[in-house]
Design a protein around this ligand. Structure first.
Ligand code: THU
Length: 160
């Protein structure tokens, strides 16, 4: 038997410590919480995906009475980016969560399915995608989506 410790890294920033570019993407994710359609959870999630050409794609969670038919904010933004700008790498992805009349103090943590989609995006474009998770108390920054998902499953794993 061998035991492994899998580690990851992230940085925690105060708002005024972020770069202007990071603040812009996060601000759009915050704005996007207003476009969330979440009559079932009341949990508004906004996302913003910045592309290499400078375009920022917007996302928001979209719920459905048939619950699994809905989609998380991150995936609406990443899939819209893939559908409209298939040649453009995604360089930054920000999310923000709003509930009970305010943004969450702690940054929202992307679900497993969204992490998997983030990984596919990085692999698809063969470059790192910075992930920014906004919270009122701090913004967590991951240099790469891979830092959010150890032991990844990507196309090479299909080859056996
Ligand atoms: N949600 C997201 O949009 N992103 C996440 O990473 C976590 C959860 C949404 C899905 C659902 O509409 C609501 O938040 C509550 O789970």
């Amino acid at each position: 038997m061998k035991e492994y410790n899998l580690t990851t890294k992230m940085k925690s920033y105060q708002w005024d410590e972020l770069t202007d570019e990071q603040r812009e993407v996060v601000s759009i994710a915050k704005e996007q919480t207003e476009n969330s359609y979440c009559p079932y959870s009341g949990f508004h999630v906004g996302a913003a995906a910045k592309l290499a050409n400078g375009v920022i794609m917007r996302g928001a969670n979209q719920e459905n009475a048939a619950y699994p038919s809905g989609l998380c904010a991150e995936r609406t933004a990443l899939f819209a980016a893939g559908a409209q700008y298939p040649e453009q790498p995604v360089t930054k992805l920000a999310i923000a969560c709003y509930t009970d009349g305010h943004f969450t103090k702690e940054p929202g943590s992307p679900c497993g399915a969204c992490r998997q989609v983030m990984l596919e995006t990085e692999h698809r474009y063969d470059g790192k995608m910075e992930v920014l998770l906004y919270g009122e108390d701090a913004t967590y920054v991951f240099e790469s989506a891979a830092d959010l998902l150890p032991l990844i499953f990507v196309s090479e794993n299909l080859k056996g």
